[in-house]
Design a protein around this ligand. Sequence first.
Ligand code: ADP
Ligand code: MG
Length: 680
Amino acid sequence: MSDYEYLLSNINSLNGIGNKTSKLFKKKNINTIFDLLWSRPEGFIDRSKITKLNQLQIGKIQTVIVNVKKYNFPRKRNLPNRVFCDDETGSLDCVFFNSYEGYIKKILPIGSLVTISGKIGFYKNKYQITNPTHISSDKNAVKKIHSKYNLTDGLTEKKYNKIITDVLKKVPDLNEWHEKNICKIFDNISWKESVLELHKPQNIKKDGKFLRRLIFDEIFATLLINSKVRYNINKSKKKEKNFNEKVCIDNVINKIGFKLTNDQVKAINEINKDLKSNKKMFRLLQGDVGSGKTIVSLVTSLNVINSGYQVSFMAPTEILAKQHYTLAKKIFENDINIQLLTGKTEYKIKRTIIEDLKNNKIQILIGTHSLFQEKIIYNNLGLVIIDEQHKFGVRQRKNLSDKGGKSCDVLVMSATPIPRTMVMTVFGDMDVSIIKEKPKNRKDIKTYSKVENNIKDVINFVKKEVGKDNQVFWVCPLIEESKKVDHQSSIERYKHLKKFFNSNVGLLHGSLSNDEKNEILNNFLNKKIKILVSTTIIEVGIDFPNANLIIIENANKFGLSQLHQLRGRVGRGNKESACILIFKSTLSENAKKRIKILKNTNDGFEISEEDMKLRGYGDLLGFKQSGIPNFRLADPVLNEDLFLIAEKEIKRIKFEDENFSKYMKLLKLYDRADILSDLV
Ligand code: ADP
Ligand code: MG
C-alpha cells in the first residue's frame, strides 16, 4: 500500500475500529485516516496535577492519589459497586455501574496506592468519581495532559485518544508538494510535522506555522480545483457576440427615465467585453440591495438578443420572476417576445412556450428554477442570468454552463455582499463586477428597535405614515416548529392590524394561490392596500418604490445580512424611510452589538463583514446547508492572506503545467478530486 492509499483508507481498517465506531466517526465527517489526522482537537485535559482530597472541586476533572480501603458490592440490580478510598486529608468513592467485581479487584486492590483521574462528583455528602477510566498504580501513566476532541455520543475520549495516538505514530512522510518559496513562508515545516504539532495539547490555542501550513494546504487544494474547472470551461471557445452597445443602452435609457450610475455603466462595459470575447463569460454582478442590478442585466439581455441569441433569466421566487417580467415587458415593449415560465404556468401555455423556444420565437424566457428542466430546450441560448443566487457550488456552475451549450455566457447577480476570498471559494475564480454606488436619490434608512410589549407605539407610528399616503411592509418570520402553518404569525398579525386599519391591510404568504398573490401585490402597487403583512417571501428583490416603512417582527430570528436585505425593500423612492425591528424581549449583549452595526450603516458590504466576524463565515449565507465543501481549518475572513498567496501560486503553476498534474495526489487527499473526475 502506498502512503497515499494508506492515508485514504477507511478508518475501519484501523485496529479497534469496527463498523459501529466508524459510523460514529462518519457523523463527525471523518471517513479516512487522513480525515482523522487533520481534525483539530478542540481543547485539552490536564491530568498532570495531583490534588489532595480536601481540595477537590465538584464538576472538575482532577487527579488524585489514594489508598484503596474497602469494597461495597451490593449485588443488586441498579445499585453500583463502590470502592472507598482516602488520603491523609479526606475520602473519595469510586463508583462503578455495570461492572464486574473481578475487574474492580484487579484495578483497585485493597491496600494499594493508586492514581485516579476523573470528573469529581458529589453524592450523599461524599466526593466520588463515577466509572473512572484513568487508573494506575504508576502515577506517571495517569498524570498527563492530552488533547480533547469533539466527540459524539458513544465515542469515548479514551477510545478516540487511543486511536489517534496509534495513528500519529504512523504518519507517513509525504513528498513535499509545495515549492521552496511557499515552504519558507511556513518555516519549512513539513506536512507530517504539522499534523503531529496539530494534535499536541500544548498547541491547542496556538496559531503556529504548523497550523498555517495545514490551513494553506486546504485552501490551496480548494482553489486549485476551482481553477481547474475554470480551465476546462475556458477550453471550449465560444462564438463572439456582435452588437452595437450604444444603440442598446440608449434604447433602454429612453424607457426607464433615469440616468445610470457610474458603477452601472462600468458593470455594463465589463460585461460587454466578456460577451464580445471568445471565452465563456462567468461573471458575478454584486451590488447592495437597490443598487440597480436589474437594469444592468436587461441591457445585457438586449445586447445578447441583438447578436442573435436567446436569453434565460432565472429568479429565486415567482414574485420576483413576475416583477422582472413586467419590467422587461415595459422596457422592450413589443420589439421582443418575452415569456414567463414558473412552476405554476398553465400546461397549455407551457406547451406553447416549449415549442416557441425550440423554434427561436422567444427571445427572453424569465422564470424560476423551471427554466432548467430537461424538457426545456433552447434553440440558441446565448446568456443565462441568475438573480439573487449565492448558493452555487462548482458543480452547479458547470451544469449551468453545459445547459447553455457552447455559446452561452453566464451572469449571476447577488445582493449579498460576499468577501472576495469567499467568492474565490464558492464560485471559483469567477470574474466579479461590483456596483458600490447607489442611485443618487436614495436616502439612508433609519433603523429603530422596539420590544414587542410596546407594539402600540409601532401601530401609532404606522398610523401616521399611512396618513401621509405612505406604504408599509410588515414582516412576520416563519415559525419553524410547524412548517405547514408557517404563515400563522402573519395571519394573526393581519387580523390584529385589521382592527386598526380595516381594508388598508393586505396579507401575503406562501400558501396563497398565484392569482391571489398577484391580486394582493397589484393592490399594493396601486396603493389600494397601504400595509402589506407578509412572511419573508418579500425578502429578495421585490421593488415597490412607494413603500417607505418596514416593520420586522421577531427580528432576532434573522441574520444581519438578511435583515439588511429586508430593510432594502424600502428607501427606494425619494421619501424618508425607516425600518423598525421588533424583539420579543430585551436583547443579549451580542445581539445588541449586531443590531448596532445595522443601525450604524446602510452599507451591505460592511454589514456582512462585521456579521461574519461575529458569527463565523459559514453561517452567514447558509453555506453550511448548501452542499458546498466547507473548510475544516480555513476561514475566508481570518485567513485572507493565505487565500491570496494560494491564488498567486496557482496562477504561477498554471503557467507551467496547466493540468496541475503534480498536484493530483494532494487533490485526492483533500477530497476535491471527485469534482475533477466529473470534468474529464
Ligand atoms: P437591485 O440591485 O437590488 O436588484 P433593482 O434593480 O431592483 O435593485 O433597482 C432598485 C430600484 O432602483 C428600481 O426601482 C430601479 O428602477 C431603480 N434604479 C435602478 N437604477 C437606477 C438609477 N441609476 N437611478 C435611479 N433609480 C434607479
Ligand atoms: Mg434585484
